[in-house]
Design a binder for this molecule. Structure first.
Ligand code: NAD
Length: 280
């Protein structure tokens, strides 16, 4: 029976460390401010944006909130980003994704000053991660590294299989595990015989976007299983990409959904905002 990796506890630890740093900066006369932009009123995005504002208040950071109407043009959004790039009192800029279809996501991400790119999605941030230079790292994968380290799970030399190759989770996750000296395999929708590969994993990170796809038959005895997925089932209950009840019987450690990877994303966003001071 697997031991639970407690994302709630670890994320609170990280937020409390941020709170401490924010206080230290305040004592030196430095305030930290995150600007959050939402275009349209997608209910899931509104929940995420609210949680980010609450986290800023918890750690003692300032937040600016821009709730723009659905019909905002790309030019209007770009001009707001430009204004925030230039403002000395704004340290981090975050555009809640997805943006409406008439706005090009890549153009928006590229417009954010890499020094304020606290989501870690700008090509310069991704490139820095790739060649081991300082820069912002995408919050969800960075949070998973913290979950492993703070649960005393050794990464060096371990075979890590990441399922999923998205720019936000899979790819940066694989790069981070490589940086931590794991031997890394990336599996994706075109991978042949997925099970044969996942069963070799000492650490299996699942970001496949399909509810309860990975059951015990995909998992080596004693493997560490990290479930990135978030889905709401018909009864409005949350579940992950991993079939938790089956997987927990073979894994040594496992993240639950909710309470595993989810809370780490916002905690790492707070950490990126705090770190922005030294990068700027
Ligand atoms: P995505 O849809 O962009 O990527 C899914 C990946 O899975 C793709 O790269 C695809 O190649 C791969 N895949 C799909 N079917 C497969 C199959 N049958 N076999 C092997 N690989 C397959 O999703 P994403 O943005 O990377 O997110 C993944 C999951 O994580 C989603 O459930 C999402 O909601 C969740 N998520 C959670 C957080 C968090 O804070 N906890 C953050 C981001 C994403």
């Amino acid at each position: 029976m697997a031991e639970l990796i407690d994302g709630k506890r670890i994320s609170t630890m990280i937020k409390d460390e941020c709170k401490q740093k924010v206080e230290e900066y305040k004592a030196q006369g430095i305030e930290i401010c995150l600007a959050v932009i939402q275009v349209g009123n997608d209910p899931a995005s509104s929940v995420y944006v609210n949680n980010k504002k609450k986290a800023c208040a918890y750690v003692g950071m300032n937040s600016l909130s821009y709730e723009l109407p659905e019909e905002t043009t790309q030019e209007e959004l770009l001009s707001l980003i430009q204004e925030l790039n230039e403002r000395k009192d704004v340290n981090g800029i975050l555009v809640q994704l997805p943006v409406p279809a008439h706005i090009d996501e890549k153009t928006i991400i590229n417009a954010i000053d890499p020094k304020k790119d606290v989501d870690g999605f700008h090509p310069q941030s991704v490139g820095s991660l790739c060649i081991g230079q300082p820069g912002f790292v995408s919050c969800t994968p960075a949070g998973i590294i913290q979950l492993l380290k703070r649960s005393d799970i050794d990464i060096t030399g371990k075979h890590c299989v990441v399922i999923g190759r998205s720019n936000i989770v899979g790819k940066p996750m694989a790069l981070l595990m490589l940086r931590e000296n794991a031997t890394v395999t990336i599996a994706h929708s075109k991978t042949k015989d997925l099970k044969a590969i996942t069963r070799q994993a000492d650490i299996l990170i699942v970001a496949i976007g399909k509810p309860k796809f990975i059951d015990a038959s995909y998992i080596k005895d004693g493997a560490v299983v990290i479930d990135v997925g978030i889905h709401r089932n018909a009864d409005n209950k949350l579940c992950g990409d991993v079939d938790f009840d089956s997987a927990k019987e073979v894994a040594s450690y496992i993240t639950p959904v909710p309470g595993g990877v989810g809370p780490m994303t916002i905690a790492m966003l707070m950490k990126n905002c705090v770190d922005s001071i030294s990068l700027q």
